[in-house]
Ligand binder design. Sequence first.
Ligand SMILES: [Zn+2]
Ligand SMILES: [Zn+2]
Length: 261
Amino acid sequence: MEVFCFGSGSRGNAFVVRVRRTAFLIDAGFPPSVLRTWLARCGIRDQELSAVVITHEHHDHVRGLAGLLRWHSCPVFATRGTLAALKLETARCVRVAPDEWVEVHDLAFCPVAVWHDANEPVGLRIASPEAELALFTDLGSPTSEVIASVRNATLTIIEANHDRTLLEGGPYPEWLKRRITSPYGHLSNDAAAQVVRECGPSTHTVWLAHLSAETNRPELAEAAVRTRLARGQMFAIVSLAQRGFYRWCSDYSRPERCVAL
Ligand SMILES: [Zn+2]
Ligand SMILES: [Zn+2]
């Protein structure tokens, strides 16, 4: 399994998961031409996506979706609530439900309900015979379903949105601070660290996602997670930039499993 990230945060989110000829795009939060260029960099040309999966309808996850669909005729998978908010051409849409696995060629995915201020938002488990990915970029509270997902994962992508001290002293108005810290907002570094403590023995890499440019810093997020690791936990921890190109591969014979370019 290969996983690519094109960046994660309030300016956009997009991930690619690929096994052999099967390729999923998870969220489409960058301009269409940017997504097309980066897909080509992954070796995925027009009409070669097997599926687009959308976690929720917020702008930073769907900004480039309608434009990208001009170059790919694959179905778009999302929950009933997300599809209702997206207003896409219905022939393209496939409704999915939390806790129900969906197989598309060589990959399977399972939406996991999350607490976030959107219309039926989900995180995802994505599995192939060689690896499993747990992807949770926007959530206010780590539920037992989220914890169960990261226990099984080889690669975990988990939100580490803000440092609590920077947020409290930062420039945001009070209503926005309350929204971010609510159970339906975004995970702090400390809350992300509690989730990472639950990662199981199959975990090889953790990507910290959706870092705020104003109220977080990569070194703070990584330190918060590292200092709370449980005994025996050893894996790579990488903060994702708002824009970047990251690749992870489950082929352990290769010398580098995680590359930030
Ligand atoms: Zn969101
Ligand atoms: Zn988001």
